[in-house]
Design a protein around this ligand. Structure first.
Ligand SMILES: Cc1cc2nc3c(=O)[nH]c(=O)nc-3n(C[C@H](O)[C@H](O)[C@H](O)COP(=O)(O)OP(=O)(O)OC[C@H]3O[C@@H](n4cnc5c(N)ncnc54)[C@H](O)[C@@H]3O)c2cc1C
Ligand code: SF4
Length: 558
């Protein structure tokens, strides 16, 4: 077993790890970025990015064999087009005590390659809610702590969006917004005058560049982002943070490196480095560093902390509070309403905008009081139906074909994303009975939504129907297709931040209380979920924690 020394080690090269690597190298540290999966080279490895549907063996769909190999992905996202960006489920299984859909991407870039790019700031309504309502523990930070870091990450990542002046959804440093289409303008316009002016519909704030950025062309409106972008127009590790880190000359990237343990010196109360299992050769190597950033994604970071048990902390590094592994959360979604928009049949739109609309939270705010806590936002879009509407109607003949060559009616649909409350009982642990391909014990997950979420879903369904009715939509239908934790792919918690080492795993700078030179800055640190998509907040927290860590290093405190 050899040992090599760096200034900093970053575990995981997804959204959070990419930011850690960029910020640390730009501050002059020699950084080792360890990634358990294969390398995915920007552009070269986006092998399906410009394929037409008929160029796929199965027209981009799924087969029985794929369903057998990907029993979790099959529940929602499985398709032939971007299969290579998902974890091999046979090699890396996990245990579901209760159903938990865990969608993972194990490769350089992680899920930054496949994410939906919706990027919203959180506000003090989110950071203060736990304390005001006596739920779980208080966040140790407020919006003002994060605001400059939101500015910092938005500017580099390239977020397009409108500035709307809404206190529950603070404005940021945006590239020009994508336009609403006429169907969305109709619904947005009707909301302006209804519901006491408290509900708004805005264009999604998305990490798709609408102007050129360094090394990146603007979005071409192809709506194919989950295949990798040959223009580098959407934010990913590959398009944005990795090139910045490489440019410093201070980065070493090692794919196929499964970090299996953080090495801890109990006398110095500091981590000394990490142990790595080479996923190909299965050889083990130790790497030493002054500071370690764990960014392996919510559940994997906690798995790593749990695996780093010592006789001082038998339940894992960071386990002294008894909270490590607890308070797992996700958003709940897949319910809302859809309808047909009349009076627009002479209108169309151009291009395939890779973005939709957003209705920011309005429930339990500004004097509104419900029989549940917190709230939800909507994501959706208006579009004209295409020829596939024919499948339902099973028509034949020339007249029918002519009809199907015309655009169909304008439809609008939106699903709500609701906040899930933290609950100590929602937890993960190590399943010592089940092993992965490399003989490593896997995670077991035990998580369910509760009564607050059940009550909230009624409004999530009915409010959109009410808004569509207000906009004059016809044939309005509500839907609730069921939501299991994990499905929203916004898993958060299990190593929460806090003010007190007795009730939290990390302090206000994402430092593990029990090992101050270890920082965890992905979704595991979250204390609550808000209802906005969380990744922009992971980026800001990561950049903020790096700044703190480097200052502490310079002061010789780490
Ligand atoms: C289809 C989809 C749509 C989404 N839409 C949105 C959205 O619109 N907005 C939003 O905010 N979020 C969205 N998300 C969620 C977003 O992708 C995640 O929040 C984000 O990627 C988390 O970043 P991360 O760095 O923590 O984890 P990841 O991006 O998952 O990266 C973690 C990396 O760590 C590596 N790793 C894991 N364990 C180890 C180990 N032991 N050793 C070494 N490396 C390891 C993994 O291989 C991976 O590369 C979406 C996700 C998906 C899949
Ligand atoms: S829609 Fe835009 S960002 Fe997405 S893949 Fe196409 S060009 Fe790239």
């Amino acid at each position: 077993m050899q040992s090599m020394r760096y200034d900093a080690i970053v575990v995981g090269s997804g959204i959070s790890g990419g930011w850690a690597a960029k910020e640390l190298t730009e501050k002059g540290l020699r950084v080792l970025l360890l990634e358990r999966g294969r390398n995915v080279e920007h552009v070269k490895d986006y092998v399906n990015a410009t394929k037409a549907p008929w160029e796929y063996l199965h027209r981009g769909g799924r087969t029985y064999a794929m369903e057998q190999a990907y029993p979790v992905l099959k529940r929602d996202l499985l398709n032939e087009k971007n299969l290579a960006f998902w974890v091999n489920e046979k090699d890396s299984p996990y245990t579901e005590i209760k159903r938990f859909d865990w969608y993972r991407g194990y490769q350089v870039g992680g899920r930054s390659l496949t994410w939906g790019r919706q990027s919203y700031r959180w506000s003090d309504y989110d950071f203060e809610a736990n304390a005001k309502e006596g739920i779980a523990i208080d966040w140790p930070i407020r919006y003002s702590d994060l605001a400059p870091w939101y500015d910092h990450v938005e500017t580099h990542a390239g977020i397009s969006g409108s500035r709307d002046g809404l206190p529950q959804l603070p404005d940021g440093q945006y590239l020009p917004p994508m336009p609403l289409n006429c169907g969305e303008e109709l619904v947005a316009g009707s909301l302006k005058n209804a519901f006491g002016g408290k509900r708004h519909m805005i264009i999604g704030r998305t990490a798709n560049a609408t102007k050129p950025l360094e090394g990146r062309a603007p979005c071409q409106y192809r709506n194919a982002c989950w295949l990798g972008c040959p223009y580098g127009a959407y934010f990913s590790t590959q398009s944005s943070t990795l090139p910045a880190a490489v440019k410093t000359g201070k980065l070493t990237l090692k794919p196929w490196s499964i970090v299996t343990e953080v090495l801890y010196d109990k006398d110095r109360k500091r981590a000394t480095g990490v142990r790595v299992l080479d996923a190909v050769s299965e050889k083990t190597t130790d790497y030493a560093a002054k500071v370690i950033f764990i960014c392996a994604s919510t559940l994997n970071s906690t798995w790593l902390l749990m695996r780093s048990a010592t006789d001082v902390w038998p339940d894992g590094l960071g386990s002294s509070s008894g909270e490590l592994g607890h308070n797992l959360m996700d958003h709940h979604f897949r319910c809302g309403a859809e309808g047909t928009l009349p009076g627009l049949d002479d209108k169309y739109y151009y291009g395939r905008r890779p973005n939709g609309i957003y209705v920011p939270r309005y429930r339990n705010l500004f004097g509104d009081k419900r029989d549940y806590l917190r709230g939800f936002g909507y994501q959706g879009a208006a579009s004209r139906e295409g020829w596939t509407r024919a499948v339902k109607e099973l028509g034949v003949g020339a007249e029918f074909k002519d009809e199907m060559s015309l655009p169909g009616p304008w439809k609008f649909g939106a699903t709500a994303f609701g906040e899930m409350l933290p609950n100590h009982a929602n937890q993960i642990g190590i399943d010592t009975q089940k092993k992965d391909k490399w003989g490593l014990p896997v995670l077991k997950i035990d998580c369910a939504t509760g009564e607050n979420e059940r009550l909230m879903r009624k409004d999530m369904i009915n409010d959109m129907a009410e808004m569509l009715e207000q906009a004059g939509a016809k044939s309005i239908k509500t839907f609730d297709t069921g939501s299991y934790p994990g499905m929203a792919i916004h898993e958060m918690g299990t190593a929460r931040m806090g003010r007190d080492p007795k009730t939290s795993v990390l302090n206000s700078h994402n430092q593990v209380w029990d090992a101050p030179n270890v920082f965890v800055t992905d979704g595991s640190c979250m204390v609550s979920t808000a209802c906005q998509n969380p990744s922009l907040t992971y980026m800001a927290l990561t950049a903020r924690a790096v700044d703190f860590a480097v200052n502490e290093l310079n002061r010789r405190n780490l």
